[in-house]
Ligand binder design. Sequence first.
Ligand SMILES: *Cc1c(COP(=O)(O)O)cnc(C)c1O
Length: 404
Amino acid sequence: MLKLDFHPSGRHFLQIPGPSPVPDRILRAISYPTIDHRGPEFGALGLKVLDGIKKIFQTRHPVIIYPASGTGAWEAALVNTLSAGDKVLMYETGHFATLWDKMARSLGLQPEFLGLPGIEGWRRGVNAPMIEERLRADTHHEIKAVCVVHNETSTGVTSNIAAVRAAIDAAGHPALLMVDTISSLGSADYRHDEWGVDVTISGSQKGLMLPPGISFNALSPKAIEASRHATLPRSFFGWSEILEMNKTGYWPYTPNTNLLYGLSEALDMIETEGLQNVFARHKRLAEACRRAVRAWGLEIQCVDAAVYSPVLTGVMMPDGIDADVVRRNTYERFDISLGAGLGKLRGRMFRIGHLGDCNDLTLVGALAGCEMGLKISGVKIAASGVLAAMEFLGDQVVPPLVKS
Ligand SMILES: *Cc1c(COP(=O)(O)O)cnc(C)c1O
């Protein structure tokens, strides 16, 4: 039998940048009995989550919910809006951008992968002037879409989406703007309407605190119009039938009922805390994490302070240290999962997730695990990162909290 009790005592620290820990409240909601997906109760649930999720994308336009992982929503965005052979401009921020580019190629599109050499582009956000220059050169408007990743989960770097929008506008180019916010939605400020995004792609298992299994396409009127003329084959992912059925809270097929209970609960939790407070909490935890990394004397993967990710922090290892060995030691000894370096950064860094259901003590505990893991792996650290993080988090509390 498969051994499922790997973590015999205490809580496993799931500190990868997704899937992130699922709060008990959400797990309980998911355990409610599955209902008839054509019955009246379901319609009410469907309408609630379809409306509620718009607030998280900060949009007034429709959001589609798929029973698929984030990768499915990537595909949905492309096949609904584009036609075989279309040129798309993608930007290399890291491993996930690379995978999306690969998918575009496999769907019969012609992606052009813009970026900086080596890992330079993996340590910074999207370079909007490069996009503007490329679009200006495209005088016949052959490029049909610009695709960027908002929070590059492989590196811990966000990108300035408003700047990408401004670059497209400055070039006077009609391309659609598509943004992957799979790891940032519900954790980092994201504004679908204000930033003029045409399709935003997201997923459930990262900032939204849900298990894997549902994903999203937030649309713009321009994207919906483009979908009427686009000819890439689509069936399951086709927007038009879903949009029609969603008007009454239903889907053309059996949706992921129990995960929608979870989504409903997550939306309630975010509303109670306040979306802006959720963003502020993530920023604060990320700052505490970076202070810990600096105190250790290690390098933060992102080199531009303007685009540090509020969701995760990439920690570079000194030369000669295999980050995967450090991760494995830490996991085996302290029961904490850390993210691996991906693609070009394999073995050179690990990633600490601080997203979703995470508070001060979760982070301090995670950093303690990292610190002890670094020590047992023979990585020389300059000072205690845990203390640096605690000092910052403590100072953030407005005194006097309790009068004695
Ligand atoms: C996780 C992730 C994906 C892939 O999503 P899946 O749910 O694993 O299919 C794509 N892009 C980004 C930025 C991600 O973080």
